[in-house]
Design a protein around this ligand. Structure first.
Ligand SMILES: [Zn+2]
Length: 76
């Protein structure tokens, strides 16, 4: 699905990438989609145990800068 995608806003070409997050110890990581509502934990920031976690990939329009994100389960 990654090939030949067009921007929803202007029809420009979409370039694949990801949005970097500063997660643990300020180490850059990819943004993640986590199922359910966010629950804060004193020890780990946000509780992610027993949740489905999917890395988010984001396409950027080369023309207008619009970002379109997808959280697709990784294929083994
Ligand atoms: Zn665009």
């Amino acid at each position: 699905m990654a090939k030949g995608m067009d921007c929803l806003k202007c029809g420009g070409a979409l370039e694949r990438g990801y949005v970097a997050d500063k997660a643990h110890y300020s180490v850059p990581d990819t943004q993640k989609w986590v199922e359910g509502a966010p629950e804060h934990s004193f020890w780990s920031g946000l509780k992610m145990k027993d949740r489905e976690v999917i890395p988010v990939m984001t396409y950027r329009c080369e023309r207008c800068g619009f970002l379109e994100s997808y959280a697709l389960p990784q294929t083994p």
